[in-house]
Design a protein around this ligand. Structure first.
Ligand code: ZN
Length: 264
């Protein structure tokens, strides 16, 4: 629905949607449930609001083990054309759909931060500013609230099991918050210059790093995370002065976070 409201392409490939959906489900899903976008994506194909295409052969049942099938086929999916056009063009239909989803799945209404993340926030009240109009400060604070709510629920104490090893979960909200805070510049105060190029999405080439390693259960919160250019990231992880830099970056992350949250 966010794609329709933002007039973005109707269909999205599994490989592009998987990570984003998993992050959203982790942040906003039921605390007791695992982030499993494969289930709704396949289950929705039994309804006429949804379309899935680009695959060979039949669609496996959602309750089976659909991950391997999705990874191999990489189909694209999204709202059916009629539903996409309705959501894109009719604001009252959008508001109604958002209200129904809120009542059905969130005991009331959809979290504002979720609506913002998927590009639907402005549609709820008609005349409020869109998510894109959030000030960086507002976005940073909301994302930090999302992270802290997930921490309070115990979500950050969980791990995910990928192919080879078990890993602590990672919050996409934390990463987004840090990137906003960075303003697109490496946050290492001793940085000698980040690449002038941008990545393939046109964004600054920055890596968001946990100063205390997340793999060792360092807190998954902007207060101890930092956006680094590739040079500074390499110094921190592989450099002889990496340990000293780590101390400095921890202070820097804390100071930046405090500055931002004290602005309200
Ligand atoms: Zn740097």
């Amino acid at each position: 629905m966010g794609r329709a409201a933002g007039h973005r392409p109707r269909l999205v490939f599994w490989r592009d949607a998987n990570t984003e959906l998993r992050g959203l489900m982790r942040e906003y899903g039921q605390p007791s449930s695992r982030p499993t976008p494969e289930f709704p994506i396949l289950a929705l194909t039994r309804t006429d609001v949804w379309e899935l295409q680009g695959h060979v052969g039949g669609i496996p049942p959602a309750h089976g083990e659909p991950m391997a099938w999705l990874d191999e086929q990489n189909p694209s999916f999204g709202l059916a054309t009629w539903a996409y056009e309705l959501i894109a063009s009719d604001e009252s239909a959008r508001s109604e759909a958002i209200a129904i989803l809120g009542r059905r799945f969130f005991n009331g209404s959809l979290p504002e931060a979720l609506l913002g993340e998927v590009g639907l926030r402005q549609l709820k009240r008609g005349d409020t500013p869109s998510a894109q109009d959030w000030s960086p400060l507002e976005a940073y604070l909301r994302l930090c609230q999302t992270v802290e709510a997930a921490e309070a629920r115990g979500d950050h104490d969980r791990s995910t099991v990928s192919a080879a090893r078990e890993q602590p979960v990672r919050s996409s909200a934390s990463v987004k918050a840090v990137l906003i805070r960075s303003g697109g510049r490496c946050e290492n105060p001793l940085c000698t210059g980040q690449p002038n190029d941008v990545n393939k999405d046109g964004e600054p080439i920055l890596e968001v790093d946990h100063v205390h390693d997340r793999a060792k259960w360092g807190r998954d919160h902007p207060i101890q995370m930092i956006a680094l250019c590739p040079n500074c990231h390499a110094i921190k992880t592989r450099g002889r002065t990496g340990e000293q830099l780590r101390e400095l970056l921890l202070l820097e992350a804390r100071a930046r976070h405090s500055t931002w949250v004290s602005q309200v």
